[in-house]
Design a protein around this ligand. Structure first.
Ligand SMILES: [Zn+2]
Length: 244
């Protein structure tokens, strides 16, 4: 069984309604994974799990809306609970790039692991796979799988990448859908229509849209995504947990 709790899902910057940026708590079998730690998500994380029970943190890319709460976790682990060696899985260079803000460096608080396109690894009983997306700066989509369930998270991507690379028929596809199709401001993100089309082509059983630009009408986004997907889509919502 896999559960997905949305800690924050605001696209690119925090929304005025208190919406944090990208971050999810994924429980897969016995693994507790914090998937992206965008601004505002550490506060939300603490409402859903004892932080000491985390098994790994995944940083899909180093754009701030996906990673800056790693600093809060660093302080918490170092000074609040004295924990060392928590696994962080991130693209090449993330440790150095993000470490520039840490006087004295990261120390032994985290066990930094570089992951890249095509890599697979295990976190407890969960299997993780990564795929380079269509987004500037090395950005990695992630699949989290147990023996019988598969969750795919697109991270940020433009339309030249497809979740099909992980294989068809994922139980749940968590896809970015930053824009409405008539107002795509930069091709480094998806519209809700594109997200629906990609999900349909990949045979996803269920589609959840996330990373909506804060001014996008969520009702319109869900309608556009549902039409393209061919079935009703869900919108990620802070605090909500889905079980697959
Ligand atoms: Zn983003």
């Amino acid at each position: 069984m896999i559960s997905l709790t949305t800690l924050g899902c605001s696209g690119s910057y925090a929304s005025p309604a208190g919406g944090a940026c990208s971050g999810y708590l994924v429980r897969a079998g016995d693994a507790n994974i914090w998937m992206d730690c965008g601004n505002g998500t550490f506060a939300a994380l603490q409402r859903h799990i004892n932080v000491a029970d985390l098994d790994a943190v995944v940083i899909t890319h180093t754009h701030p809306d996906h990673c800056v709460d790693v600093y809060g976790l660093h302080v918490f682990n170092k000074y609040a609970i004295g924990r060392e060696g928590l696994a962080v899985l991130a693209p090449k260079g993330a440790r150095e790039q993000l470490g520039a803000l840490i006087s004295g460096g990261w120390g032994d608080v985290f066990d930094w692991n570089t992951v890249a396109d095509g890599d697979t690894t295990k976190v407890a009983q969960a299997s993780l796979s990564f795929s380079r997306t269509d987004h500037p700066g090395e950005t990695l989509a992630a699949e989290v799988a147990t023996a019988d369930k598969r969750l795919i998270y697109t991270a940020d991507t433009g339309p030249k990448w497809s979740p099909e690379v992980f294989g068809a028929g994922a139980d749940l596809l968590l896809s970015e859908a930053t824009y409405l199709h008539n107002d795509v401001r930069a091709p480094i993100h998806l519209s809700a229509r594109q997200a629906g089309e990609l999900a349909s082509n990949a045979g996803a059983k269920r589609l959840v849209l996330t990373h909506l630009w804060p001014t996008v009408d969520p009702v319109a986004s869900a309608a556009e995504g549902s039409e393209a997907f061919g079935s009703v889509v869900s919108l990620a919502a802070p605090g909500a947990t889905l079980h697959i």
